[in-house]
Design a protein around this ligand. Structure first.
Ligand SMILES: C[S@@+](CC[C@H](N)C(=O)[O-])C[C@H]1O[C@@H](n2cnc3c(N)ncnc32)[C@H](O)[C@@H]1O
Length: 268
């Protein structure tokens, strides 16, 4: 976590101990897993032996990978394992692990997946370089980040509220939107700079439909950040309540949540 967030007293803005954090992580997974699974199906090596999931969260992708590749060992890493469920899978290994500081869980990784983690770290590009260095010849990496595409319109009720969320996360949790832009548009692409080939990218947009995981994830993030959004003057209570009601009960035309995914392979 970045210095700005560390200097704060009290719990971090996205506190793993928050009462609904497990549900918020489940909504994130429900929203994003189908596209992630599609990408992993297309990009995973044929018979991986060692797989590392970075910042496993609720563990849904680690469990998917353990079922999909029963002969592989899947390391479900996270700095905080309280929400990681192993599903009783014998080839899934939960591991308390800091991607920014700890050595690779194993030498020669065939597949690394990391979603919505690097953006919160001090030096995401350096951590990306570390992860790439863990790959075995022929190994693949898939990195994904939630992104503000299309940009939130701060003049709408929900757009204004989510713009406030972005500001709190960027000031107090170190979430740097520039990192996502770099991941998308750096020239040459970041993954190619590290010698990877077969690089590609996609952006997937998730509309806010009432009751959808996308709406629920954003609503729960607003609720988790409620004290900070109000205390810092980003929103008034009626504005925040109106955004929560819209996300909970309505289909919205805009804005939307989106996820950038990039991938590449270490030459074999
Ligand atoms: C927004 S959640 C994403 C969870 C999961 N990857 C997903 O997309 O469903 C971020 C996760 O990264 C973990 N995390 C934060 N810093 C980390 C670090 N330095 N190393 C490993 N995990 C970290 C958090 O504990 C949390 O579980």
């Amino acid at each position: 976590m970045k210095a700005a967030a560390r200097e704060e007293n009290g719990p971090p803005p996205l506190d793993p101990a928050w009462q609904d954090e497990g549900l918020r992580l489940e909504m994130l997974a429900e929203m994003t897993d189908p596209a992630t699974v599609e990408i992993l199906e297309a990009r995973a090596p044929a018979a991986p032996r060692e797989i590392v999931e970075i910042g496993a969260g609720s563990g849904t992708i680690a469990r998917h990978l353990a079922r999909r590749h029963p002969d592989a060992r899947v390391w479900a890493t996270d700095v905080d394992l309280r929400h990681v469920h192993d599903g009783g899978l014998p080839n899934l290994v939960p591991l308390r692990h800091d991607a920014a500081a700890d050595p690779a869980p194993v030498q020669g990784v065939d597949l690394i997946h990391c979603r919505s983690v690097l953006i919160f770290l001090d030096e995401p590009e350096e951590v990306l370089a570390r992860l790439v260095g863990w790959l075995a010849p022929g190994g693949r990496i898939v990195i994904e980040e939630l992104a503000g595409f299309p940009p939130y319109d701060p003049t709408t009720v929900v757009g204004g509220a989510l713009d406030g969320v972005s500001q709190v996360l960027s000031r107090e949790a170190g979430a740097d939107p520039q990192w996502v832009r770099d991941l998308m548009v750096a020239s040459p692409p970041l993954l190619e700079r590290y010698g990877l080939t077969d690089c590609g990218a996609q952006v997937r947009v998730y509309p806010f439909h009432a009751g959808s995981a996308a709406s629920e994830f954003s609503r729960l993030t607003l609720e988790q950040l409620r004290p900070r959004l109000l205390a810092r003057g980003h929103l008034t209570e009626p504005q925040l309540d109106a955004a929560v009601t819209l996300l909970r009960d309505h289909d919205l035309v805009e804005p939307a949540s989106s996820v950038l995914s990039v991938w590449g392979s270490r030459p074999g």
